[in-house]
Design a protein around this ligand. Sequence first.
Ligand SMILES: Cc1ncc(COP(=O)(O)O)c(C=O)c1O
Length: 384
Amino acid sequence: MMKNKKLLMIPGPTPVARSIQDQMARETVAFGDPEFVGDFKGLIGDLKDLWKSSGEVFVVAGTGTMAMEMAIANSMKSKDRVLIISHGYFGDRYTEICERKGLKVDVLKSEWGQVVPVKEIEEKLEKNDYQAVTVTHVDTATGVCAPVEEIGKLMAKYPNTLYIVDGVCATAGEFENMEEMNIDLLLTGSQKAFGVAPGIAIVWANSKAMDRRKTLGTIPEYYIDFEKWLPIMHDPSKYFATPAINMIWALKEAVAIIKEEGMKNRYQRHQRNARGLQKALEVLGFSLLAEKECRAVTLSNVIYPDGVKDADFRKILSEEGVMVAGGLGDYAGKMFRLGHMGNIDTHDMVSVLAAIERTLDRIGYPVEFGSSVGTYLSAVKEEK
Ligand SMILES: Cc1ncc(COP(=O)(O)O)c(C=O)c1O
């Protein structure tokens, strides 16, 4: 039987472009190979330039969770005080990481689908001395995008507090600029909006964050210590722990794609696709968990209308060629999560919507064929 092509539309890993796959399939060389050393050096320079870091960037084998931990391990010591802004599951993960580190943790939480008002963050900052504030740029459990720039403006008034942004579900999709947004530590993984397979963690640390690292002396963590990696990030021919050579090449290709597209254009493509898709899903009878003012452009968390069962919907949608993820927490069974970040084009978006229409039809839910596809195409045309 002929099978549908599978489109991987979960919120990471995302589809990996052919040219990126080709880099992973290359014959592995020594980490001291001059060509590889040059490639790694070029990648580090590009990552700093593109995200406007005044300090350093660390490209290390691992996942987003490791990058979260790396940012904390290198900026705070036990008993330091941190303010965590949580818009869902991954904000809560930061609480767990910080509690294990022995930090004094204050948490500001929103209802799922909403953001913590910046005013509340300001009140907390006025009352207490924090060594750091963490914010999840896009919480993958809720599809909420935090007002990173607005919080950054506030952070400028607190020079002794580091601003840490978890960009795992945002970086290379949502717009980010460390200088303009006053971000001190930004972190992500390769498998989301970079469109690379899982396996690489990236942490940017500006000069303020690097100064903080110096004040900590020897830290208990070893593999994720900035000071261990810094000599390698300055001269990748040196050894600390074996770099993930083929993954670094793959990331380099992903960055070449980003440079060619341009950071602003890339964000605008994500925005056009997201807004068009979100409108199209509403036409079909779905609703979105995130409120309109704080909706991500990298993924959509989509609530089912009455009469559509999660298990049936996702099984049939998969048969129709599209993989999506289930809801988390209280939204398990009530919602699906649809990633649309990375190297996704109009072909992919149209295919996803058409597959959703076919799925609804097979379930017996009333659908007018073409209605969502038409809505998406008109919305995208209008925005251009
Ligand atoms: C916002 C956010 N932070 C952190 C993580 C953890 O990343 P990883 O699964 O690569 O460890 C994720 C994963 O989905 C995420 O979406």
